[in-house]
Design a protein around this ligand. Structure first.
Ligand SMILES: Cc1cc2nc3c(=O)[nH]c(=O)nc-3n(C[C@H](O)[C@H](O)[C@H](O)COP(=O)(O)OP(=O)(O)OC[C@H]3O[C@@H](n4cnc5c(N)ncnc54)[C@H](O)[C@@H]3O)c2cc1C
Length: 381
């Protein structure tokens, strides 16, 4: 059996590696070139995502390149410490969530897929597919095509496959926030390693952590109308953080800045698969980054899909089983992240309530058992 995997982001290589484990050949087709830049962009690989990578025996490099970030400390924009919670639950062997540059995570999973003999074709944007019942053919912008037994979409939140599969599928929803990050390389700024500080500022949300190298990695979520893009984000961000009683504005001024991107998530989709075609990762269930789970869910999908293909009688049964195992979980994460994103874009009145009530909620969830469903979830082949 051969699968065409569309998209070589985080999920695509994980899918190809997982399919190999169960004897399904996979080739990856990526719209862009092989470079994985993205200055300042980093993400949280939650403990459940690391566990899913471990199921593929592909976790070691990620642990090496990332920084352990087991703790979150929340602050109000007025400088009040609202409380602390864990950034996910530790696995049985003590592994905790890691923060990693997105470019590093991307490079590591791609390189590992290539090392295992998987072919990745770059510059191949899929524009359409045809499912003839016994085979499926993907057509590319360059005029070429490829045929296989399955087409697995890992083409991200703005998935072309999703639109082709179901033209009535809901569109991604703008979460009301632009998000981006930066790195401050001066070593004179210090902080406790392993702690993510999150600041519910007056006008915008700020998060930062200090890497062992002494670099400070930060991100900002700025409430803003979609399409309202300034020529230069730095003064806009610096002004947004100016009223806050911490050093966010200073870090913004001193950083090497990455791009600011609008945040989207996806409402529940009526259709995840049809015939020989299946949606996975952000294409099926994009969550706003507030959950810190998008990459982890895409990797979990890979493991579960491979097991379903191995255990179910045929691809139809496998896709049905995949959806039944994944849908409730991923939709719960999307809903959870949406609540958090809304609190970041709170108006003045909601902000007062948020800052007053948050210490109570944080205390209640300090054990994190209330989030065990998210972080303790385990997938296996
Ligand atoms: C600002 C921001 C912060 C985030 N922070 C976190 C975080 O802290 N933790 C976390 O877990 N997640 C985070 N995420 C989400 C995470 O990056 C995604 O959930 C994850 O990358 C999803 O993987 P994917 O493979 O489904 O899609 P992607 O990684 O987006 O990959 C999709 C790939 O498909 C390619 N593609 C698209 N269309 C086509 C086509 N027609 N033909 C061929 N190829 C195509 C794209 O070029 C891309 O390479 C964040 C996202 C953003 C935007």
């Amino acid at each position: 059996m051969k699968a065409l995997v569309i998209g070589c982001g985080i999920g695509g290589p994980a899918i190809a590696m997982a399919l190999r484990e169960v004897g399904v050949d996979a080739e990856i087709f990526e719209a862009y070139g092989a470079s994985a830049d993205g200055v300042g962009a980093f993400l949280n690989v939650a403990s459940n995502g690391l566990d899913a990578l471990r199921a593929l025996d592909a976790h070691r490099e990620v642990l090496r390149a990332g920084i352990p970030t087991p703790d979150l400390v929340m602050w109000s924009g007025t400088g009040k410490r609202l409380g602390a919670v864990s950034n996910g639950l530790a696995l049985d062997d003590g592994t905790v969530s890691h923060t990693i540059l997105r470019a590093d995570l991307h490079r590591i999973v791609r390189d590992e897929a290539v090392r295992r003999g998987i072919t990745i074709s770059y510059g191949r944007r899929m524009v359409s597919f045809e499912d003839t019942g016994d085979r499926v053919t993907a057509r590319f912008e360059d005029g070429g095509e490829a045929t296989g037994d399955l087409l697995i979409a890992a083409d991200g939140v703005h998935s072309r496959t999703r639109r082709l599969l179901d033209p009535t599928a809901p569109e991604p929803r703008y979460a009301g926030l632009y998000s981006g990050g930066g790195i401050v390389r001066d070593q004179d700024f210090t902080g406790e390693p392993g702690v993510y500080h999150l600041v519910f500022g007056k006008r915008a949300f700020f998060g930062y952590t200090v890497a062992e190298s002494g670099e400070t990695w930060w991100f900002a979520n700025l409430p803003r109308e979609l399409g309202d893009v300034p020529a230069d984000w730095r003064p806009v961000l610096a002004e947004a953080f100016e009223p806050d009683a911490n050093f966010s504005a200073d870090l913004v001024r001193r950083a090497e800045l990455g791009p600011m991107l609008p945040i989207h998530d996806l409402p529940p989709l009526p259709t995840w698969h049809r015939g020989r075609v299946l949606l996975t990762g952000d294409a099926a269930h994009a969550t706003s980054p507030s959950s810190g789970q998008g990459a982890s869910l895409a990797i979990e999908d890979a493991v579960v899909l491979a097991r379903c293909l191995r255990d179910a009688g045929d691809h139809r049964a496998a896709f049905r089983l995949f959806e039944s195992e994944r849908r409730d979980r991923v939709e719960r994460v999307v809903a959870y992240a949406r609540t958090i994103s809304n609190s970041k874009a709170a108006g003045p009145v909601a902000r007062v309530f948020r800052d007053a009530l948050m210490p109570y909620f944080l205390k209640r969830s300090a054990s994190q058992e209330s989030l065990a469903w998210m972080y303790r979830h385990q997938v296996s082949l």
